[in-house]
Design a protein around this ligand. Structure first.
Ligand code: ZN
Length: 365
């Protein structure tokens, strides 16, 4: 297994801060003028501004990452309390093996980092984010009314949410798996965070974030909810989650947050300059291809579909890969890892979302 470090060096623009809540949703909320939700609009604007500021600092932090390694084969989690400030990491509140702190955010961040480490270690034999036992540091209670969670290149950062539309971000294990997977992608394929390669980057985080949740709950593909961020919205929001891999475009439809814009098929691909070329929007297409593949195989999604996507992430993608390259790579990985029938399942799933894969010479023979 290849484990080269691809953490960007200072000056690179390859890996901006990856917040779980997409900018289009926060902008929609920030534009609301209803006095009833003025606090939420302010919180959304504040979140957008902080995320923007972090984009610059992220590049400096990224080059420090290889220093954060621990002995191989060991999960080492540390949770810090930012105390509603913005300097990181904050005060250390819980380390590996220590008793629960009693603070929900602290203990949820600790547990979910553990669930993510375990899924990657047990299913794929991967030792942490970088494959070399990188420390899993998290900061909770970041800023005030902060409506996001993000991976900044060296650690996880969680806001408490505005408490009116968004609940605390540590509630969702798949959100935490999503964010930590941005670190894995950064170390492996190094997918550029724009246009189709950026949508693949987002999709891989949704795929493995959902697998962390499914693995922790012991669910089969048929039992899983295939939602990202279920439980993040309060009951005031008309919506169940941030995204749905099963039915992209149906996760929320709310007067304050807008309508889930995700397509499930290439015919509905959204060309846009916003959101780095729609990375959180068009990711619905590869997300749905993974869902269809996992459902066609049946059983736990990590066993076949997950293995194929993981092998592809680690060995078959270049930084500017597009959907067609991803489809071809997963079909090839399926054939090598399992056989031609599995490769056919993968090709059919991609065809269903409008991405056709050419049969290569080996498959036709
Ligand atoms: Zn993301």
């Amino acid at each position: 297994m290849r484990h080269t470090h691809r953490f960007p060096q200072h000056g690179s623009n390859a890996s901006p801060v990856h917040g779980i809540v997409p900018p289009h949703l926060l902008r929609h909320l920030a534009r609301q003028t209803s006095s009833e939700l003025s606090e939420c609009a302010d919180a959304a604007m504040h979140t957008l501004m902080i995320t923007e500021r972090w984009r610059g600092e992220r590049q400096v932090l990224g080059s420090m990452a290889p220093w954060l390694t621990t002995p191989v084969g060991e999960c080492r989690r540390t949770v810090f309390d930012a105390g509603h400030g913005q300097s990181l990491p904050g005060a250390r509140v819980r380390g590996e093996g220590e008793r629960p702190s009693g603070d929900a955010e602290t203990d949820e961040a600790y547990d979910a980092a553990g669930a993510t480490y375990e899924m990657y270690a047990q299913v794929f034999g991967r030792d942490s984010i970088d494959g070399r036992g990188m420390r899993l540091d998290s900061s909770v209670h970041f800023s005030r009314r902060f409506d996001n969670a993000f991976w900044n290149g060296t650690q996880m950062v969680y806001g408490d949410g505005d408490g009116i539309l968004f609940q605390r971000f540590t509630r969702c294990v798949d959100v935490i798996g999503h964010e930590l997977t941005h670190g894995v992608t950064q170390c492996e394929a190094g997918l550029a965070y724009r246009d189709q390669s950026g949508a693949l980057n987002e999709s891989l985080s949704d795929v493995f974030g959902s697998l962390v949740k499914q693995h922790a709950l012991g669910q089969s593909a048929a039992e899983a909810d295939w939602l990202i961020g279920a439980g993040l919205f309060t009951s005031r929001v008309r919506g169940t989650a941030l995204r749905s891999m099963k039915a992209p475009g149906t996760a929320y439809d709310d007067p304050f947050l807008g309508h889930d814009p995700q397509p499930a098929h290439m015919r509905d691909f959204v060309p846009t300059f916003e959101d780095n070329g729609g990375v959180h929007i068009n990711s619905g297409i590869p997300n749905h291809a993974f869902y269809l593949t996992a459902m066609a195989f049946g059983g736990p999604a990590w066993e076949k579909a997950g293995r194929i996507w993981y092998g592809t992430l680690c060995h078959r993608l270049t930084p500017l890969a597009d959907f067609r390259a991803m489809a071809q790579a997963t079909a090839d990985e399926a054939r090598i890892a399992f056989g031609e029938p599995e490769s056919r399942v993968v090709r059919e799933a991609w065809a269903e979302v409008g991405v056709e894969v050419a049969l290569n010479a080996a498959a036709r023979a």
